[in-house]
Design a protein around this ligand. Structure first.
Ligand SMILES: [Zn+2]
Length: 257
């Protein structure tokens, strides 16, 4: 039994315990032909029919799950559970009473997220089903075997969305490369400087002061070179201060004498 973390769990009994296990290999989308939220769809399965889907999706994108995805649900006739134990995961989606409206942006987003999860969790392959028993993604009216007496579900507008937005969205999201982490600048490695390099730098009068003091093989870093002039300036400042003090003392002594 697998429960999708983004769905509100509205477990349907006795079906959830009574119905046989499946190995989910397909995802089939439907329109419920009513503007129902996930709770109203749940009540319909519980009170008014022996059928049910695994999921119910409201216009605002809120999602309910009624049956675990590894248990048979009875929304797709021959695809519910085949003799080999494979079966389809089904979702009913809120629609107008003619099933002629498009899915809302919120519904499209949730269909994509759920599709990605089903691919990752159950290995449903990222393709549109090629036959009624072929693993992949589909919509209810795609194959005659998926309904008891034929259907136009989920409606022409949504079939177009399924092919042009929802299924490509699932593929894009499932195969997207994770954004690479920001490159961290490499920590500077001290390098040993050679006599030739010291001579070269000194001749070019680049880094002349500190470089002149380096011995061959001594560790050299650009950072140390950048800091060096400040260190030198601070030392000079100290000396100037000391000299100023000395001059003042001498002047004072001269005055006294
Ligand atoms: Zn349907």
């Amino acid at each position: 039994m697998a429960w999708y973390p983004r769905a509100t769990k509205l477990e349907l009994q006795p079906e959830s315990d009574a119905q046989p296990a499946i190995r989910p290999t397909q995802f089939i989308v439907h329109s419920v032909v009513a503007p129902w939220d996930e709770h109203r769809i749940y009540a319909y399965w519980r009170d008014s029919t022996s059928l049910e889907s695994h999921f119910g999706l409201d216009y605002d994108g809120s999602l309910g799950q009624y049956i675990g995805t590894e248990t048979r649900a009875d929304a797709n006739a021959g695809a519910n559970r085949r003799a080999d134990g494979t079966g389809a995961v089904s979702i009913e989606t809120a629609s107008n009473t003619k099933a002629s409206d498009e899915w809302t942006a919120a519904q499209v987003e949730e269909l994509i997220r759920l599709g990605v999860w089903l691919h990752q969790r159950h290995g449903i392959p990222l393709r549109i089903c090629r036959t009624h028993s072929d693993p992949g993604f589909g919509y209810h009216s795609m194959f005659r075997e998926w309904s008891t007496s034929g259907t136009a579900c989920p409606g022409a507008a949504r079939i177009k969305q399924f092919r042009e937005v929802v299924f490509p969205g699932i593929v894009a999201r499932a195969t997207a490369k994770p954004t690479p982490p920001k490159p961290v600048p490499p920590k500077e490695e001290p390098v040993a400087i050679t006599a030739e390099e010291i001579a070269e730098l000194a001749a070019a009068k680049v880094w002349s002061h500190p470089v002149a003091k380096l011995e061959t093989g001594e560790k050299w870093t650009a950072e140390a070179q950048i800091r060096a002039p400040h260190t030198v300036a601070a030392r000079i400042e100290e000396k100037v201060d000391a000299l100023t003090d000395l001059v003042n003392q001498l002047l004072a002594a001269q005055k006294d004498s």
